[in-house]
Design a protein. Structure first.
Lengths: 293, 377
């Protein structure tokens, strides 16, 4: 098993003819992901020539792509000015799981998108995230396939390359993963640490979870409390930015709203207080995961 | 992007928020003229992107135009938290009967802009938040509907008891929200929102931060950016599409991805070293980016060693290796380079680098230890 995506994932690519969209669509097809449709306005009726003789039909709208293919997932590579609209289009067309890779989506756009997605009963991962990978089954987004291998560890992270780093260290040590999920680092994103932890807890094949956080906000503290209350599986955690200098902050509103400075020390303490094993360096992940498996 | 108080005032004024008279000046002459025009006691306020201006001596009262000029001579050119003051705001000194706080910020938890208002405004608002959070009223706003009139009035009633002041404050709430949305802000704050002995409600000081991701559709706001208010290297980095923050150490770091960059800085400290910068070159192996990154890092005379930490995912390590080789041919680098590449095509990358006379490794711990050792020499 795995979380969110598996062998039955049938994927629409929004922005399939763009530079990033076409590159990653090819890689996804090579990995074995079922890419069933592409969407690019004005290019409906054409097709996208993928590797291994795969031809992906292109539609003008997500509505058309859904009607023709019955897809269950969509990935978004469209540029920032159009990303919010693309996410809302997918949710409105009834796509149950939407992955937004696009970096640079205005946060006020996301305040509207978040509610629209919820009202339509869809789940959004991202934006500004690397997507997710269920090794040996399916890959949606830009996580390189070769850094992961099937196995018992779930990985969830706010950071892109740091996710790769940790997955790669595990893989190199012969420890595989059920699913690697990058939730993205934007202030407003669709799927939280807690959402992923809950899925990993339910997934029978996941035996342990690695959670990689960063400074800023209080998502990691809330996730830590969730681990203590709701999880039976062991969790290993890392926080990037332990030595980051305090920013040249202006205004008071940030500190007032969160009641927290969001430092790495605070987050690591919350991890420890809630029974999460804390790694001080990324390379410690192997040793800590071995100790709990 | 931060904008100055005088710019924030203009945006608020354009949205019907009552702000005191006043103007911005860059020379003591201009300050004197503005003070003369205002014809009363004025306040002279340094325009820098830093808090604590008052405590640093960057805010002064002047009874006469001559005194205003004297203060301006001292304030213009002074350093506040490492930033040089190039402009001052000259405004009439308000007689203050009360000070309230009004702020809007995009909140991760409610995934909305949230209004925060308090009767206890002024410089100690964070203290109030920590010790007496009930004194701050919060209200999330659904951006699909905007701030509704009853919500603006509700917030106003949390601050004032008299109907005329409540009406004036409700208008200010609406104007502040509209400014926030129109500017694509991530934060907008009026602190203090004062009442005068005559009962007027005025926005005495304002701060607005604009979401950089909104600037593509707001070219007019991009013009408000003050490049003298940030270190030159950070301006260069932004123009080159790199994220760069200068630090005080001597190990120059070049990493792909913000999370990995932070983890690299952490590891440098873990092994007893000190990073000279945070630099994220992003997900591209374009040699031009590597050249720009090396230029920016080597312009810091403190740098004794340059550390590359690259995870090749979609970015292929051999492309990055070629980028490093090209870059070092184009700029003269006088300090040692230590390189870690891992991921896609890492073995090939290391071969390329070794052929060009560099040594490289796939271990992050190893390369950081080596950088710390070289920097210590």
């Amino acid at each position: 098993m795995s979380i969110f995506i598996d062998k039955d994932t049938r994927l629409i690519v929004q922005g399939i003819t763009g530079r990033d969209g076409s590159l990653h669509t090819r890689q996804a097809i090579e990995y074995g992901t079922q890419v069933v449709a592409g969407v690019t306005p004005g290019k409906g009726g054409q097709s996208f020539e993928g590797p291994n003789g795969v031809n992906v039909p292109i539609f003008n709208t997500v509505e058309d792509a859904m009607a023709a293919t019955g897809a269950n997932c969509s990935v978004i590579y469209v540029p920032p000015p159009f990303a919010a609209d693309a996410i809302m289009e997918a949710a409105g067309a009834g796509v149950p799981f939407i992955v937004a890779i696009t970096e640079g989506v205005p946060v006020l756009d996301m305040t509207r998108v978040y509610r629209h997605v919820k009202d339509n009963g869809s789940r959004l991962l991202g934006p500004n995230c690397p997507g997710l990978l269920s090794p040996g089954k399916s890959k949606v987004g830009i996580i390189p396939g070769q850094i992961a291998t099937p196995g018992p560890v779930g990985v969830v992270s706010r950071s892109g390359t740091l996710t790769y780093e940790v997955a790669y260290q595990l893989t190199a040590a012969g420890i595989g993963q059920t699913t690697c999920v990058g939730i993205g680092g934007d202030p407003i994103n669709g799927t939280s640490f807690i959402d992923c932890l809950a899925e990993f807890e339910k997934d029978p094949e996941t035996q342990a979870v690695v959670m990689i956080g960063e400074i800023g906000g209080t998502d990691e503290q809330e996730a830590a409390a969730f681990v203590k209350q709701h999880m039976t599986k062991p969790v290993v955690g890392f926080i990037a930015g332990q030595t980051a200098p305090p920013g040249r902050r202006m205004g008071h509103a940030g500190a007032i709203i969160s009641g927290s400075a969001g430092t790495a020390a605070e987050k690591m303490q919350a991890f420890e207080d809630n029974g999460i094993l804390v790694m001080k360096r990324p390379s410690e992940v192997v040793e800590l995961i071995r100790s709990v498996l | 992007m931060n904008i100055h108080e005088y710019q924030a005032r203009e945006l608020l004024k354009a949205h019907g928020v009552a702000v005191p008279d006043g103007d911005v000046a860059a020379t003591p002459d201009e300050v004197e003229q503005i003070a003369r025009r205002l014809g009363r006691t004025v306040v002279i306020k340094a325009q820098v992107h830093a808090g604590g201006r008052g405590k640093a001596g960057g805010v002064k009262l002047a009874q006469t135009p001559e005194e205003a000029r004297e203060h301006a001579e001292r304030i213009l050119g002074m350093q506040i938290k490492g930033l040089t003051v190039h402009k001052v705001l000259v405004a009439p000194a308000a007689d203050i009967a009360s000070e309230a706080y009004v702020g809007i910020i995009v909140d991760r938890k409610t995934k909305s802009p949230v209004f925060m208002v308090s009767r206890e405004g002024g410089i100690d608002i964070e203290e109030v938040a920590a010790t007496n959070p009930e004194a701050i009223v919060q209200l999330p706003v659904d951006t699909r509907y905007g701030l509704l009139p009853f919500q603006a009035y509700y917030l106003a009633t949390r601050l004032f008891d008299s109907l005329p002041q409540q009406r004036a404050a409700a208008k200010i709430m609406t104007g502040l929200y509209q400014t926030f949305i129109d500017a694509g802000a991530s934060l907008a704050e009026i602190n203090p929102l004062v009442t005068t002995p005559e009962g007027e409600v005025l926005a005495l000081d304002a701060k607005i931060n604009i979401d950089d991701n909104e600037l593509f559709r707001r070219p007019a706001l991009e013009q408000l950016r003050d490049e003298t208010a940030e270190p030159e290297a950070e301006t260069q980095a932004r123009e080159a599409g790199l994220t760069f923050i200068k630090l005080d150490g001597n190990i120059g770091a070049c990493v792909n991805g913000a999370g990995l960059a932070m983890a690299t800085m952490d590891l440098i400290k873990y092994y007893g070293g000190d990073p000279a910068n945070f630099l994220d070159i992003g997900g591209s192996s374009n040699p031009e980016k590597v050249v720009n990154a090396l230029r920016i890092i080597t312009s810091d005379p403190n740098v004794k060693v340059i550390l590359f930490n690259i995870f090749g995912g979609i970015t292929r390590c051999d492309d990055v290796a070629n980028g490093i080789v090209t870059a070092t041919q184009r700029i003269d680098i006088k300090v040692p380079l230590v390189i870690r590449l891992t991921g896609t095509n890492d073995k090939l990358a290391i071969e390329i680098l070794e052929k060009a006379g560099f040594s490289a490794t796939t271990s992050m711990d190893e390369v950081v230890q080596k950088a710390v050792e070289l920097a210590g020499k």
